[in-house]
Design a protein around this ligand. Sequence first.
Ligand code: HEC
Ligand code: HEC
Ligand code: HEC
Ligand code: HEC
Ligand code: HEC
Ligand code: HEC
Ligand code: HEC
Ligand code: HEC
Ligand code: HEC
Ligand code: HEC
Length: 320
Amino acid sequence: MKILQPLLCAVLLLAGLAWHPLATAQGSTARPLPAANQYSEKGADTCLACHDEEGSAYSASAVFKTKHGMRGDKRAPFGPGNLQCEACHGPGALHARNKKADSINAFRTDGKATLEQRNQACMSCHAGSSRTGWHAGAHERSNVACTDCHKVHKTHGDPALSKVSETEVCLACHKAQRADFHKPSSHPVRQGQMSCSGCHSPHGSTTVAMLKKPTLNQTCYDCHADKRGPLLWEHQPVSENCASCHAPHGSVRPALLSKSPPLLCQQCHSQASHPSLARSANALPGGSAGGAAFLVAGSCSNCHSQVHGSNHPAGAKLMR
Ligand code: HEC
Ligand code: HEC
Ligand code: HEC
Ligand code: HEC
Ligand code: HEC
Ligand code: HEC
Ligand code: HEC
Ligand code: HEC
Ligand code: HEC
Ligand code: HEC
């Protein structure tokens, strides 16, 4: 008897293994590990048994205060019948048993999940709206992940979604632009009055530099509608490209100018009549040439003050 019992068990076990893998589940100590693609039975309740912690990077309660935690929204992870935590993290039955970090997608760059898998976890619900340009954008091409910008479990909300904190999210990678926005004349981004996404679509677009609107000028007209016209006397470069005179991020010159007048104007107007006259030191105030108006301060715009175009019947030369 003493010999028979274990023998019988072993036979049963082997038979079980051969015919039905689940048969190994005899006895509570030897439950089989679930397959890697198996979801947990109780959803969030399973996860929260271990993950009820609160910290700066992860807060269990924070996720329930966001749109993702809405129980009434059919589309949301916590909506009726949805996969809850595992809608984003993927099947977690195995992880809930083995408690190993590498058995679950934690959206880590150094984790097992590929960039595509990590982004797909979000795109499974978010492929529409402004993400339609995602595959055309520089961010996807440069292996940037949704979660490089978005944080889902933060007590103070997702930093990408507020004007004030968004800028820091972007500048963490875009160091050169940080310098631009510290120049004496700049768009009031640092002051929190507007953000990078006032001009850019961070999710990608088909416009140069992922601008929000189909052209550079249309992007500017969003806020500077007065420059759109129509004007009686247009100044051609203005309707063509604001960036022929302005550095959109920032400049050491006033009004974000990319060069100081008269050089700014002479880039294009060096061939015709008075703008091409040599400006010498004599033309400075007190000099003998009397041409100071051409050189100091506003220079050309001392006379041609309406550089963006004019609606005055006699404004052809952009002077009124
Ligand atoms: C029995 C306890 C337990 C359960 C249940 C559990 N986890 Fe974990 N989980 C852990 C432990 C322990 C770690 C830390 C592993 C480490 O750091 O080595 C962890 C780590 C994680 C991580 C971070 C991995 C990383 O790379 O840092 C995520 C994400 C995670 N769990 C999600 C879940 C989800 C989603 C569920 C529910 C499906 C779940 N966990 C259920 C114990 C559990
Ligand atoms: C909307 C998608 C989403 C949902 C829903 C979600 N998570 Fe996460 N989780 C993430 C992302 C993305 C990260 C990576 C860090 C971040 O972006 O905040 C993460 C990170 C974690 C981590 C690791 C934190 C660390 O220390 O790095 C744990 C643990 C975790 N989630 C558990 C859970 C649990 C438990 C639930 C359900 C109550 C849940 N998550 C629901 C997307 C989600
Ligand atoms: C199961 C579907 C689902 C998944 C998976 C999912 N989301 Fe969402 N998400 C939603 C829904 C629904 C909303 C609310 C949309 C609305 O109200 O218009 C939302 C809202 C958001 C918002 C806006 C939040 C706000 O307060 O306006 C962001 C940002 C976001 N999700 C990012 C992510 C990221 C990043 C991931 C991947 C880690 C992810 N989502 C995964 C369904 C999902
Ligand atoms: C480069 C940073 C960045 C990346 C990468 C990024 N986002 Fe966003 N996302 C933002 C910013 C900034 C906003 C808020 C301003 C806006 O709507 O343009 C936003 C808004 C959102 C919103 C809410 C508004 C809306 O458009 O519905 C959702 C949802 C969202 N992102 C999902 C995603 C998903 C999914 C991915 C990955 C495919 C992703 N984001 C990648 C920066 C980013
Ligand atoms: C994780 C790093 C990272 C973050 C965060 C990030 N970017 Fe980028 N971004 C890149 C990389 C990499 C490129 C491609 C190389 C380059 O042009 O510098 C890029 C390119 C760009 C471009 C140029 C696109 C083109 O076609 O030339 C713009 C505009 C841009 N990002 C805006 C943003 C904005 C706005 C944010 C914040 C909402 C942001 N980025 C956050 C890494 C990042
Ligand atoms: C007032 C609108 C505006 C704002 C605000 C803005 N940008 Fe831009 N950005 C542009 C324009 C326009 C271009 C294209 C310049 C060109 O092609 O002449 C550009 C180009 C870029 C590029 C491509 C490389 C380059 O410098 O030409 C990056 C990267 C970029 N912006 C990042 C950012 C980041 C990060 C922020 C926020 C800190 C930001 N931008 C805020 C208008 C803006
Ligand atoms: C999201 C709104 C927004 C967009 C889009 C925008 N701007 Fe601005 N712009 C502002 C604000 C706000 C100011 C600051 C106004 C103030 O201080 O009175 C400003 C100021 C300026 C100034 C004057 C700066 C100074 O120091 O006097 C110039 C020039 C300018 N913008 C050019 C542009 C150009 C070129 C574009 C397109 C590439 C553009 N803006 C797109 C909001 C915007
Ligand atoms: C031919 C060069 C040139 C072009 C092109 C140009 N600007 Fe200007 N802009 C200037 C100059 C010069 C000033 C400074 C005017 C002054 O000293 O009063 C200025 C000033 C500004 C100002 C601040 C003062 C004001 O008038 O509100 C804004 C805003 C502005 N430009 C927006 C734009 C926008 C938007 C575009 C494109 C639609 C554009 N500019 C195209 C030369 C130009
Ligand atoms: C990017 C090139 C470019 C820049 C920079 C530029 N302009 Fe022009 N400007 C033009 C073009 C093109 C015309 C149209 C010429 C024509 O109709 O023959 C024009 C027309 C003019 C006219 C009207 C000429 C006429 O015959 O009616 C004046 C005045 C003028 N610009 C002044 C300026 C001033 C002042 C600046 C500097 C603030 C400036 N421009 C910068 C390209 C430029
Ligand atoms: C002292 C005032 C004054 C200053 C300063 C001035 N202009 Fe003029 N500009 C004029 C007048 C007046 C005309 C009209 C001439 C006419 O109708 O025959 C004119 C005409 C023009 C024209 C039209 C073509 C032509 O020659 O008739 C252009 C282009 C022009 N100016 C560009 C410039 C540029 C560029 C500068 C700066 C280097 C500049 N102007 C500085 C007064 C000035």
